[in-house]
Ligand binder design. Structure first.
Ligand SMILES: Cc1ncc(COP(=O)(O)O)c(C=O)c1O
Length: 481
């Protein structure tokens, strides 16, 4: 569904679904929010969900399911081995990905674990458009390393480029010249998560695949965020305008050798798996599944999850269904952009991103600009975003802080979850915060874990700026909400 034009001239994305089950939300007053974020050490991961109004931390496992997914779950053929739920999922995957074999796994990172185990050896290098945290961790665990070779535009936060997720073809050719025998596969991630949900084009997939074929290595495709990427290919790539989503998906599949996915994202359910044609690789993967995941016809997923994923994958071929996410995100980003708030453009899938380096120019980078902004936003709105900056980095080997070149606050927009008025609330509060940005100060470590700092770390304000922010908010919003 494209935007609809209202009589007053305004264009809005119109939801092509209705809400049949709801969860009650609470917008707690600002004093309670201040207390909650202080207790959470200014880390939005450590907030309790009961204190959150709009949870924009992630889209993982929190997309809304359709009535057909829910009813399919009642059809689950609960059993340990050979259940119908597995075969129903396998058939749906064969329709979209055109691969003979399906290896089930409990979620996306489990697929990465299995693939890394069979492909990656010490000293290997895996070229890719961009890493995802769990991908990098699993490749490194096996002694390999990653080589990120996206196009240069990928790092331009305000670009006109429509496919910032593309791999730089020349850099890939050079990588093969320099490291030929060290490359077991090339990885392409659809809707690159850590680049802000930026898509790859079908043309790029075709080019990369042909280079892989020339070099005799498989192209591994991470389809976790394929849903939004399919929307962008259809709406942005001239040669695909008249193709159906299924046709585009089939073409992607015929230009990739191994496809894996997290069904927490693709299919709006839970679980994951790997689809492939090569029998030898399948046999190797098959040996690992009972060891790490579960029996071959469930791989760690419940039968209900497999049923929901099967229907979710089928529904992903519906243009109305997949347009909702990217259109809502674009609406939010366009409105913020118009109001002068620094955001990453063009809008991608998965969520919108505030550019904290520009938003909080007066805060020193070593005082965690993105974390400070995420904390301030929660205090004044109850909106939970995610820090994507220095806190998410690891310290340098010499112990100094590794200041991230990019400081973003991600506002994920789980698919079919939020309403238009909730999005307008987000825009309103972010704009207010931008107008009052000088009241926001920095943060410093209170408790710094050695690994995965962004999950567990606690920070504290370097001055009493949070009280000043709360006072100004109360002046402008006398109901304290
Ligand atoms: C692109 C991508 N790959 C892999 C994963 C890992 O999937 P999971 O969270 O299901 O383990 C994610 C999760 O966010 C992702 O976005």
């Amino acid at each position: 569904m494209n935007n609809i034009k209202l009589f007053n001239g305004e264009e809005i994305p119109l939801e092509m679904h209705k809400v049949k089950i709801v969860q009650k939300l609470e917008l707690k007053p600002i004093n309670k929010r201040l207390k909650a974020i202080q207790e959470a050490g200014n880390n939005t991961f450590l907030l309790k969900n009961r204190d959150v109004f709009l949870d924009m931390l992630t889209d993982s496992g929190v997309n809304a399911m359709s009535n057909k997914q829910q009813s399919a779950m009642l059809n689950a053929d609960d059993c340990y081995a050979g259940g119908e739920s597995f075969f129903r999922l396998e058939i749906e995957l064969q329709k979209v990905f055109k691969k003979k074999f399906f290896v089930p796994a409990h979620q996306g990172r489990a697929c990465e674990h299995l693939l890394s185990r069979i492909f990656v050896k010490k000293g290997n290098i895996i070229p890719m458009n961009y890493h995802f945290t769990t991908t990098k961790a699993h490749i490194r665990l096996q002694g390999g390393d990653i080589l990120e070779i996206p196009i240069d535009e990928a790092f331009n936060l305000n670009s006109e480029c429509l496919f910032k997720g593309n791999i730089d073809v020349t850099k890939l050719k050079t990588a093969f010249k320099q490291h030929k025998d060290k490359i077991p596969f090339v990885r392409l991630e659809a809707g690159t998560n850590l680049m802000g949900g930026q898509p790859i084009s079908l043309q790029n997939i075709q080019e990369i695949h042909s280079i892989c074929k020339q070099n005799n290595v498989p192209l591994v495709f991470d389809a976790s965020l394929l849903q939004d990427n399919l929307f962008f290919i259809k709406t942005r790539e001239e040669s695909c305008k008249h193709k159906s989503i299924l046709e585009i998906c089939n073409e992607i599949a015929s230009n990739t050798d191994i496809i894996y996915f997290s069904a927490r994202k693709l299919g709006s359910a839970r679980g994951g798996g790997i689809c492939l044609n090569d029998e030898k690789t399948f046999e190797k993967l098959r040996e690992l599944v009972p060891l790490f995941e579960g029996f071959l016809t469930y791989g760690g997923m419940s039968d209900k999850e497999m049923e929901a994923t099967a229907v979710g994958i089928r529904e992903t071929m519906d243009f109305d269904m997949i347009s909702q996410g990217p259109q809502f995100i674009k609406f939010m980003i366009d409105e913020l952009n118009k109001a002068g708030v620094p955001v990453v453009t063009p809008a991608g899938g998965l969520g919108g991103h505030l550019n904290a380096k520009v938003f909080l120019q007066h805060v020193k980078p070593e005082h965690f600009q993105a974390a400070s902004l995420a904390s301030a936003l929660y205090i004044i709105s109850g909106i939970r975003g995610m820090e994507r900056g220095t806190m998410a980095e690891e310290r340098n080997p010499d112990g100094t802080e590794n200041i991230s070149a990019i400081e973003l606050v991600r506002l994920a927009v789980p698919r079919r979850v939020f309403t238009m008025s909730q999005l307008k609330f987000v825009v309103d509060r972010v704009v207010w915060l931008h107008k009052n940005k000088d009241l926001i100060g920095g943060l410093k470590w209170k408790e710094e874990p050695k690994i995965l700092r962004f999950f567990f770390g606690k920070l504290e304000p370097i001055s009493d700026w949070q009280t000043g922010l709360v006072e100004k908010f109360k002046q402008d919003f006398t109901d304290s909400l």
